[in-house]
Design a binder for this molecule. Structure first.
Ligand SMILES: C[S@@+](CC[C@H](N)C(=O)[O-])C[C@H]1O[C@@H](n2cnc3c(N)ncnc32)[C@H](O)[C@@H]1O
Length: 206
C-alpha cells in the first residue's frame, strides 16, 4: 500500500457527512450527460476513484451497469452501505487506476472521474491515460472533473489536490489516444471558502 493510498483509506474512517468532498447531490454536469443521452441505460460505466459518491447510486438506479474502482477499501465499504440503503447493485473494484486488472480491458462505454485525476502525481498522468484507454471501448467517453489552475493552492495539507491546467489535458500524448469533446469550467458551490472553478472535461477514446 502506498502512503497516499493509506492516507485516503484512513480519511474514509470519518462519518460520511465529514468527508470534505462528499456532495449530497448528483453532479449537475453528469445529469446533463444523462439527459442528452450520452450516458444511457444498459451501458457499462466505471467510476474511477468513485469513493462513496451519490453519482454511482444514480447511475445504478437508472439501469447502467455500474462499477466503482477505488484504491481505498474503506471508501468502498461506505459505498456498499449506501448501495444497500438504496437497494441498487454496484460492483466494487479495490484497485488503483494505475494498475487495473486485465479482465476489465475494453469493457466500458463510459469512465467517470470526479476528483481522482487531480490526485495523480504528474509523472503518472500518462499511465492514468493509458489505463483509461485500455478500460474503454473504442469511441467510449471519459469524463474528468478536476480542480482548475484558477483555484489558489490549498492551505489544507490533508490530501490536497494538484491544480490542473488546460495544457495538462491538451498534451499530445493524451490527444493521441483521446479526442477532446468538451473542456469547460463550472462552479463548485459547496466550498466554504467560496466558489471554485472546476474543469469539466469530456474525452472520446480514438
Ligand atoms: C476527492 S475523492 C473523490 C471521491 C468521489 N469521486 C466523489 O466524488 O466523492 C478522490 C478519490 O480517488 C481515490 N483515488 C485516489 N487515487 C487513486 C488511484 N490511484 N486509484 C484509485 N483510486 C484513487 C481516493 O481513494 C478517493 O476516493
Amino acid at each position: 500500500m502506498t502512503l497516499k493510498q493509506a492516507e485516503f483509506d484512513s480519511y474514509y474512517n470519518k462519518e460520511l457527512q465529514y468527508i470534505k468532498w462528499f456532495e449530497p447531490y448528483i453532479q449537475p454536469k453528469m445529469l446533463d450527460e444523462w439527459n442528452n443521452q450520452s450516458i444511457r441505460a444498459g451501458m457499462w460505466l466505471l467510476d474511477v476513484g468513485g469513493g462513496c459518491s451519490l453519482d454511482s447510486i444514480f447511475y445504478a438506479s437508472n439501469g447502467i451497469h455500474t462499477v466503482v474502482l477505488d484504491f481505498s477499501e474503506n471508501a468502498l465499504n461506505k459505498l456498499k452501505k449506501l448501495a444497500d440503503f438504496y437497494g441498487v447493485k454496484i460492483e466494487c473494484e479495490n484497485a488503483s487506476i494505475l494498475s487495473v486488472p486485465e479482465r476489465l480491458s475494453n469493457k466500458f462505454d463510459i469512465l467517470t472521474d470526479n476528483g481522482c485525476f487531480h490526485h495523480i502525481e504528474p509523472e503518472y498522468r500518462l499511465q492514468y491515460i493509458n489505463s483509461a484507454s485500455h478500460l474503454l471501448k473504442k469511441g467510449g467517453l471519459l469524463y474528468i472533473r478536476a480542480i482548475s489552475e484558477y483555484v489558489p493552492p490549498s492551505t489544507d495539507n490533508s490530501l490536497s489536490a494538484y491544480r490542473i491546467s488546460a495544457d495538462d489535458i491538451t498534451r499530445k500524448e493524451f490527444l493521441d489516444k483521446f479526442k477532446l469533446v468538451e473542456m469547460s469550467l463550472f462552479d463548485y458551490i459547496l466550498n466554504p471558502r467560496g466558489r471554485q472553478k472546476i474543469w469539466f472535461i469530456k474525452l472520446q477514446r480514438r
